[in-house]
Ligand binder design. Structure first.
Ligand SMILES: C[S@@+](CC[C@H](N)C(=O)[O-])C[C@H]1O[C@@H](n2cnc3c(N)ncnc32)[C@H](O)[C@@H]1O
Length: 225
């Protein structure tokens, strides 16, 4: 079983997911639903959750790690403040080409900048404390390695949203019950979750939405803190 919640509840919540207003998002969703394409995009309930969070924050600058075909970037762009901007990083050329096509089709080339390459090389080149939101949705085993960069890049009072942190629920199981090949990811994800929930710089909540989302508020701002 790949869902972390009862499947009848997941199905019910997914049936509530509204039809996207963007034709490009609708087209991507249709291709995935009909299994014409197997692109990895955020789950419908995660998309709806992010929409609410971004509506509250009204971010100006968002950084995304893991563009895939551009679905979440295009979705998040609808919740930017005026003159807002998204920078998104992707290393896989196949995904990069489709993402660029989708962003162009959506008329968002000015709003979304796609940086091509591995996040481990790109993140250190970005200026510190410029993002209101960092959305981390890349290889799960790398979350713990990218965390210091996410902290450096986030503004005080900024929000780190990390997807797939429960990894089909395996994270909550003993490592001895995990397939040997998955044990490194298992221990790195546990390390990541322990670190974000015990850091002086973050207040975090781990939610069983989709495949698990972690919301982490970066402390240290002058307001609300
Ligand atoms: C789950 S998909 C992202 C889905 C996307 N955020 C969405 O919802 O539309 C993860 C993507 O991260 C990319 N990726 C994984 N590790 C990466 C890294 N170290 N640097 C850049 N991209 C990475 C993969 O190639 C893949 O396309």
């Amino acid at each position: 079983m790949s869902e972390i919640n009862y499947s009848y509840i997941v199905e019910y919540i997914r049936a509530l997911h509204p039809v996207p207003t963007s034709n490009v998002l609708l087209e991507i969703e249709k291709k995935i639903a009909s299994e014409t394409e197997h692109w990895p995009i955020i789950k419908p309930e995660v998309a709806d959750f992010i929409k609410v969070v971004l509506s509250l924050i009204k971010p100006v600058h968002i950084l995304e790690i893991g563009t895939a075909v551009g679905y979440s970037s295009i979705l998040m762009s609808e919740f930017l403040s005026e003159n807002g901007h998204i920078t998104t990083i992707e290393r896989f050329p196949y995904m990069l080409n489709i993402a660029k096509e989708n962003i162009k089709k959506a008329g968002l080339e000015e709003t979304i900048t796609v940086l091509e390459g591995d996040a481990s090389e790109i993140l250190p080149t970005l200026d510190a404390m410029q993002y209101d939101v960092v959305f981390m949705d890349c290889a799960k085993g790398q979350y713990i390695h990218f965390l210091p960069e996410c902290l450096r890049l986030l503004k005080p009072n900024g929000l780190l949203i990390t997807d797939n942190v429960l990894h089909k629920g395996t994270v909550a199981r003993s490592r001895y019950l995990i397939d040997r090949r998955q044990r490194t990811t298992h221990s790195r994800l546990r390390d990541f979750l322990w670190t974000i929930t015990h850091s002086d710089e973050l207040r975090s909540s781990v939610l069983p939405v989709g495949d698990g989302i972690a919301l982490s508020f970066k402390t240290g701002g002058k307001t609300n803190d």
